[in-house]
Design a protein around this ligand. Structure first.
Ligand code: ZN
Length: 214
């Protein structure tokens, strides 16, 4: 399981670990999208919530999750960004008991809030060609202008300050209790890497912590 606040880079890390070491990524957003696409009984229930703009309630979410994990012991799974709350931790434990699997490692990509906010609000995208920039790590040659076609860059809707702050607040409300729980119960399987570093350094630290060698 990989944890990290929005802007921690945990999803990029999960993708890289998945590609390099053969993990299947498990993400709630994808579970929901797949269910809606299938349009089966669970999918229709998910769609009813999504259409109203509501969050999908945990019981339904975890029903979907359990269905998607047909052979968790035989598969190499990587949970990207969930559980998110202590309530979800307990629901996941129930599924672990049903399907008889253990979680080998809990990896927290620890990033300071200010760093995460700067990363997220610094992203820019060109509406014309789709090129992406970052004010800090990959700035355009002319401020707010696409290098390729000169179009004015845009801030993705998700990256606007109030949305970012809302998501960080949500994380700060829920994550500490959950992380403490895992730290106390599974100290020998709990690892923290410094996510304030550049991506390659975070990747190397994660590999070392998880004892993954290429
Ligand atoms: Zn462009």
């Amino acid at each position: 399981v990989i944890f990290g606040r929005p802007g921690s880079g945990k999803s990029s890390l999960a993708e890289r670990l998945g590609a390099d070491f053969g993990y299947r990524l498990v993400r709630t957003g994808e579970l929901l999208r797949d269910a809606v696409r299938r349009r089966d009984f669970l999918g229709q229930r998910v769609e009813a919530h999504v259409a109203k703009g509501d969050l999908v309630p945990d019981p339904l979410m975890f029903e979907l999750l359990e269905k998607s994990l047909t052979a968790p012991v035989a598969e190499k799974l990587l949970f990207d960004g969930f559980p998110r709350t202590i309530g979800q931790v307990h629901r996941l434990e129930t599924i672990q008991q049903h399907l008889r699997f253990e979680i080998d490692a809990y990896l927290d990509v620890a990033v300071e809030r200010d760093v995460a906010v700067a990363r997220m609000t610094g992203r820019r995208v060109c509406p014309q060609c789709g090129a992406t920039y970052h004010l800090v790590t990959h700035p355009p040659r002319v401020p707010e202008t696409c290098d390729i076609d000169g179009a004015p860059l845009e801030n993705r809707k998700d990256d606007r300050m109030e949305v970012v702050v809302f998501r960080e607040d949500l994380y700060d409300r829920n994550a500490p209790e959950m992380l403490r729980y895992y730290q106390e119960r599974h100290a020998e399987r709990y690892f923290e890497v410094d996510g304030n570093q550049a991506f390659e350094a975070v990747y190397d630290a994660a590999r070392t912590a998880l004892r993954l060698s290429s």
